[in-house]
Design a protein around this ligand. Sequence first.
Ligand SMILES: O=C(O)CCC(=O)C(=O)O
Length: 281
Amino acid sequence: MPKVLTEQQVEQYHRDGFVSPIRIMSEDDANALRREIEAFEASQGKPIHGTQKTKAFLRFPWAYDLVTMSTVLDAVEDVLGPDILCYQHGLWFKEPESGSYVSWHQDSTYYGMDPWELLSAWVALTPVNEVTGCIQVLPGTHKEGCFPVEYTERKDENLLASGQRTTFDFDPTDAVSMHLEPGEMSMHHVCLVHSSKPNLSDDRRMGLSAGYLPPYVKQTTELKATAMLVRGKDEFGYYLPNELPPVAHDDPETIARQEKSVELYRAKSIECGNQTAWRLG
Ligand SMILES: O=C(O)CCC(=O)C(=O)O
């Protein structure tokens, strides 16, 4: 019996590669989390940026609390099973009336893993819809494996630092939009082709996305990255064990551990063909 999803939603995930929306916290809690993040940004005088945005759950206690929240992990468990590692956690903030967009891509491009049994869980802190630039997905494309990508020469307003774009011929009318309210989550397969358009509203569009996998998924690269066991057990040990919950965002050991994990994550992505990892900041 699934814990959060219905049997139909689990089936839909396997058939179409995504499921949405799933309520994982109240709107009030999502607003409170937004206030906490924005208070931190105000204290440092700029938005969360650069290395802070990669594997954020190793840096910020609020991010760790989110990726280990029982409702989130219950939904992830419904798809991946009881043993769960967290590999990545990224912040996707689009400023009001900005040109920020996300090109058509697969999250798997620079992951170097096998089998592709990973998912991305994207939590909304603000309304996410056609006006604010929701994620659009191409149902079923997760069954096609990993597509080649092309790059843009110069960095534009693409939130993907590497500007990668899958070279995949598709009919744009097949795209499905995942609308979310604050406190709702969508989950998509790591090979599902997806994108998002600019935020045309006068408020920020804020989402946080975590990459989860079962411990039996191997790393196919020479260079190995780290991951954190967030539920169940790991009987395989394929991921280096550098990851611990953050003590505080400004704790020197927390920062050093997060930066080391980000360094290994980026080195691995370069081995997987990422030619523009230097743009990550
Ligand atoms: O936030 C967005 O618009 C895109 C996010 C995304 O591509 C992802 O979480 O995989």
